[in-house]
Each structure stands twice: as structure tokens, then as C-alpha cells.
Design a protein around this ligand. Structure first.
Ligand code: 13P
Ligand code: SF4
Length: 322
């Protein structure tokens, strides 16, 4: 009699490989729904970049698998240098990180020694090591408010949109790097206004990497976690959402009764109304997750001196936001 071999699903294979490698899966809200589900089912986490960093550090696992982009893997390694950190695709990066090379950034800092250097988490390990503070979208406002109240001036990098938002909310004196997120920069205020006329009842949720004209229309401006929380806590039953559309998976899960509409990214004549999805986040997949676990490929390695300096500026943030 012939034996029937039933193939394990890829999810089951990953679950087994995670156990065998004493590994945990840490995923961002922008990666595919199947990876997000798997991270939660296996005791890992799906979160914004701040909580991804914190979770990796507090986990007992010896290996952290990061489903996100390179800077998220580097942050995990900086906070847990004794652990092995693997990313699913080492080419998955971020336009903000790419916009801020360490040599030019360091020269900018040297020219302005009287400014407190505050960098967004979406930067390289070397840029973080040059900073006094690392912040995320969910913490930038509070950190800069504190620095402003101490009479400090801020050198900000790399996201000019988030920088302008923080500057306008705090009134701090700020020197700004000229970087942007290629996904959020595409949101269009005119298109959003037209959509708001069609849905006057809708709450408007905007990630602060968006242009200031779009932020000006928002009811809530916040990190991915803050926007998700707004969907469940606010009274509106319809929301227009200006951030990467990977976030809709979690929003639908926690508030299935609410109506969610993607904010427009394209002007007249475009062939899609909203194209808001990060190509680098989209490079993460279940197949790459299994391959990474089986081969140990794409390990994040950072010079120990860089780790020591960068850890100081990230740890400060984690302590401040505890
Ligand atoms: P969050 O910190 O809000 O998750 O954002 C990370 C990011 O890359 C947004 O584009
Ligand atoms: Fe970077 Fe923008 Fe992609 Fe976030 S969505 S990882 S900021 S390019």
C-alpha cells in the first residue's frame, strides 16, 4: 500500500523552526497579514517600531526574527547585542535611512554643536550612534517637548515632515535634515478633502510622516499603534486612514464593525486611488521567514563600539517612555 505524505503547511514548518531555534518573531503592522498572524500565534509581537524594540529586548529567546525593514533589525541588535538577530530580506530598507548617510550627517552635527541631536528610529546604527536621542513617531513629540522645556535647540533628522509637525506642536528651535518617507509623502490633501466631502462623518487618521497639508486635516496624528487604538476608542464608525495599507489588517481585526477607507495618494488620472504600500515592507514573506530560520541567513552584525553609543540614545527613549 502506498504511503500518503501530507505536506506540512508553511506556517507549521515556521512554528517548528521557531521552537528549534529558540527564536521569536517580531513583526511590524505593515507586513503581510499572514506574517502578523504567525507572530501573534507563536508568542511574538506585531507592533509599531518602538514596541518592536522593547519586545525584542525583554524576550527570553536567543534569536529574534524581524519581519520589517533593516533599521528595525538593527535596533533589535543594538538593544540585545548578545542575541542573534535575523531579518527576512537584507535588502528591505527605508527611504529615510537611505536619505541620511553617516558622513554627511556627522558633518552637519559638527557644524551645530550647540544643538541636541535627535534622530528618528528610521536611521542606520551609525546615525543613531551619533545622536543624543533616538525617537519614534509615537514618542517624538514628548521627547522634543521635554528638550524644549529645558531650553535646548534641536538638530532633527531625517524626516522633514515629522520634523515640521514636531516643530509646529512644540515651538522648539529646530534645524532640519531633508529626508522623507516615499510612501507617506504621496498622500494628497486635495484628494483627501474631496473624500472628506463624500464622508463627512469620517474620522481622519494620519501618520506624521505625511505632508503638513494632510496632517492639518487630521483628527488624530500618531504612530501606527496610536492610529489603531483610535479606531477602537473613537466614536466614529467610519475612518479615512493615511498610512501604509498593511495597517488595515489589525484595524479590521480589532474593530470589524467599523468602515475603513484608504486616503488618496494619487492625483488626477492615476490608475490607483491609493498606492500606499511600502515596497520594502512587502519584501517580507512566509517563504523568506522559513528560509531565514533554516539557513540563519541575513544576520544583523554591528560594530561593538557603534552598538555601545547607539544603545545609549535608544535606551534613553525606552526609559523615558516606560
Ligand atoms: P511606526 O513607528 O509608527 O510604527 O512607524 C514606522 C514606519 O516605518 C512608518 O512608516
Ligand atoms: Fe520607511 Fe516609509 Fe517604508 Fe516606513 S513606510 S519603512 S518610513 S519607506
Amino acid at each position: 500500500m502506498q504511503n500518503i505524505v501530507i505536506d506540512q503547511s508553511i506556517e507549521e514548518s515556521i512554528k517548528e523552526a521557531l521552537k528549534q531555534n529558540n527564536a521569536t518573531l517580531v513583526a511590524h503592522y505593515y507586513v503581510s497579514a499572514d506574517l502578523q498572524t504567525l507572530a501573534e500565534e507563536t508568542g511574538g509581537i506585531v507592533s509599531d517600531s518602538l514596541e518592536m524594540a522593547r519586545f525584542g529586548q525583554n524576550s527570553d529567546a536567543g534569536t529574534i526574527i524581524v519581519a520589517g525593514v533593516k533599521f528595525m533589525g538593527e535596533t533589535a541588535k543594538i538593544l540585545s547585542p548578545e542575541k542573534r538577530v535575523l531579518v527576512l530580506d537584507e535588502k528591505a530598507t527605508c527611504s529615510l535611512d537611505l536619505s541620511c548617510p553617516i558622513k554627511e550627517f556627522s558633518e552637519f552635527c559638527d557644524l551645530n554643536p550647540d544643538h541636541e541631536v535627535v534622530v528618528y528610529a528610521n536611521t542606520s546604527a551609525e546615525v543613531k550612534a551619533r545622536a543624543d536621542w533616538v525617537v519614534t513617531s509615537g514618542s517624538a513629540l514628548k521627547v522634543v517637548q521635554k528638550l524644549h522645556s529645558e531650553g535646548k535647540k534641536v538638530l532633527w533628522a531625517p524626516d522633514k515632515h515629522l520634523g515640521h509637525y514636531v516643530q509646529s506642536m512644540t515651538g522648539v528651535e529646530m534645524l532640519m535634515w531633508d529626508g522623507a518617507c516615499i510612501v507617506h509623502e504621496e498622500f494628497k490633501a486635495e484628494g483627501l478633502k474631496r473624500l472628506m466631502e463624500l464622508h463627512p462623518e469620517a474620522g481622519i487618521l494620519v501618520h506624521p510622516e505625511s505632508p503638513k497639508e494632510v496632517i492639518a486635516l487630521a483628527d488624530v496624528v500618531g504612530s501606527t499603534t496610536q492610529l489603531i487604538n483610535a479606531v477602537s476608542s473613537r466614536p466614529e464608525t467610519t475612518f479615512i486612514v493615511a498610512t501604509d495599507n498593511g495597517i488595515f489588517h489589525k484595524m479590521k481585526e480589532i474593530a470589524p464593525q467599523k468602515k475603513l477607507i484608504e486616503a488618496p495618494t494619487m492625483g488626477e488620472g492615476a490608475d490607483c486611488e491609493s498606492c500606499a504600500h511600502c515596497n520594502w515592507m512587502a519584501m517580507n514573506s512566509l517563504e523568506k521567514c522559513l528560509e531565514t530560520l533554516n539557513t540563519g541567513q541575513n544576520e544583523i552584525l554591528i560594530d561593538s563600539e557603534v552598538i555601545d553609543r547607539a544603545k545609549h540614545s535608544i535606551q534613553r527613549l525606552l526609559d523615558f517612555t516606560k
